[in-house]
Design a protein. Structure first.
Length: 495
């Protein structure tokens, strides 16, 4: 029986052009090769399955290709073929997890004494963050004074665990997770090459399930390839992968949105009976809620359900699932981030405490500008007494903003000079507070509506209005220190 080679190995990229989803890295490395300006050590970071080790191999081929240093290794010469098959003597691929001790690094250092047979000897150390502290210290001396024709390529999923002394001596490249559409297109081309009959809906399920990892996506397609002589659809895909059908989850969300408690719990019970665990149901709910969030304004069929639930409820539903999954397992960080960003976006819709208090104190809600203006005009017609008009201003300000209105308690209209109202305040501390633009604008706007013309208000303090105890309080050395530190203003003091 012929040994089967998995698709991830069969279709592994052999040159820079075949690497997908990492254009920023490919462009930089090709430019470095073309200019001959290569770093002594590279650090490739990023999630699993996005091409770190594959890129390291292609870079090794580009450096050692028999056709010469090139950004386009031939892939045909004996050196390129040997590197592809992991049997080239001057390219060492080392697993940092199982060769993590100081003795392993010492072995590497001893090998550095021998001249490489190829153009350069290259050490590819995967999961380098797993090395011990002593191993890193042993490696540091080599990186500080590297021998000629020796190059290191480190790969890691956790760069924060690599010592800063190592990081500072490496040229770093951050690999990204791939988006679903890019993975979908790649899987579609591989399915055609391998003669796998699979529809687009099933491929999109695989693309979402891979969560940005190309290797995971190819492995999932490989898993389904045993049915290559059948027409693989979304139903078969869900069955083989053991995932909950998206239609079932969307139906469950519709029941939740309609507040159908019994039907919702019956649906969850049926999922239990089909062998799904609570964590799987919660994860599927979270992923489909995220899908609704992304397609809220799209032309997809799911957008109708999304509109029905609404952004606020989708965000709250996601939060509930996140709390459950964070307790049991761990929610996808991508979903978690975008969920919190959505909550930030929606915060503009949150009612402030001030508005809630106003609504409680004015249950009729009769304090809108239009209603207020209607009342104002009636008052202006009924009386020409400026004092009564000012009292109406104070009353209206309190309805609109209780805090600002409180500053006007016991205030007195002194005079009206053309377009200027002069108002005397009972507490000198309120003069500075009411002079702030937002507070002053509220009062001036309402006064203008009541008088029927644009007015400017000048606030003055009542002469000799400071009580004796307030003067003593202000002269206290500790109070002066606090005032200077916080640039504060004394409004009142205890008797």
């Amino acid at each position: 029986m012929e040994n089967y080679i998995v698709m991830a190995r069969r279709y592994r990229p052999g040159n820079f052009e075949e690497i997908i989803g990492q254009p920023h890295i490919v462009t930089t490395l090709k430019s470095s090769l073309e200019s001959g300006r290569l770093a002594q050590a590279y650090l490739f970071t990023g999630p699993r399955g996005v091409g770190k080790t594959t890129t390291a191999r292609i870079l090794a081929k580009a450096i050692n290709c028999e056709q010469g240093l090139s950004s386009h290794p031939c892939g045909e010469c004996s050196t390129c073929q040997a590197i592809t098959q992991s049997r080239f003597p001057d390219v060492y691929e080392i697993d940092g997890a199982s060769n993590r001790g100081v003795d392993d690094v010492r072995t590497i250092r001893e090998n550095l004494l021998y001249t490489p047979a190829a153009r350069e000897r290259i050490y590819i150390i995967d999961e380098v963050h797993m090395l011990t502290k002593e191993a890193f210290n042993a490696l540091l001396k080599t990186l500080e004074e590297p021998p000629p024709r020796i190059r290191f390529i480190f790969a890691t999923t956790e760069p924060e665990k690599v010592p800063q002394t190592i990081l500072s001596r490496c040229q770093r490249f951050d690999f990204r997770l791939l988006n679903e559409n890019l993975i979908f297109q790649h899987l579609k081309s591989l399915a055609e090459l391998d003669d796998i009959h699979i529809n687009d809906q099933a491929l999109m399920i695989l693309s979402r399930r891979a969560r940005g990892s190309v290797r995971d996506a190819i492995s999932l397609l490989d898993q389904l390839s045993v049915f290559k002589h059948k027409n693989i659809d979304e139903k078969l895909t869900y069955e083989i992968l053991g995932e909950i059908d998206q239609k079932v989850i969307m139906n469950l969300l519709e029941l939740i949105a309609d507040h159908q408690v019994k039907d919702t719990l019956d649906k969850v019970e049926s999922l239990y009976n089909n062998g799904y665990q609570p964590e799987e149901i919660a994860q599927s709910l979270a992923e489909n809620l995220y899908y609704l969030l992304k397609n809220f304004h799209s032309q997809e069929d799911c957008s109708k359900l999304a509109q029905k639930i609404g952004l606020d409820r989708i965000s709250r539903y996601l939060n509930l699932m996140a709390n459950f999954l964070n307790y049991k397992t761990k929610l996808s960080t991508k979903i978690s981030l975008e969920m919190n960003i959505t909550r930030m976006v929606r915060m503009v819709d949150t009612t402030s405490i001030k508005d809630l208090l106003l609504e409680i104190n004015n249950p009729s809600g009769d304090f809108s500008p239009s209603t207020l203006k209607k009342k104002v005009n009636l008052t202006a017609k009924q009386t020409s007494n400026h004092t009564e008009l000012w009292e109406e201003v104070v009353k209206s300000v309190k309805q609109k903003d209780r805090i600002t209105g409180g500053y006007l308690n016991n205030s007195e209209l002194i005079k009206l000079e053309e377009e200027i109202l002069v108002v005397q305040l009972s507490n000198p501390g309120f003069q500075k507070l009411l002079s702030r633009s937002n507070n002053k604008q509220i009062v001036e706007k309402i006064a203008g509506e009541i008088w029927g013309k644009n007015l400017t208000i000048k606030f003055i303090a009542q002469p000799n209005s400071k009580p004796k105890h307030l003067t003593q309080f202000e002269n206290d050395s500790n109070i002066k220190t606090v005032k200077n530190i916080f640039d504060a203003e004394i409004i009142d003091s205890p008797d």
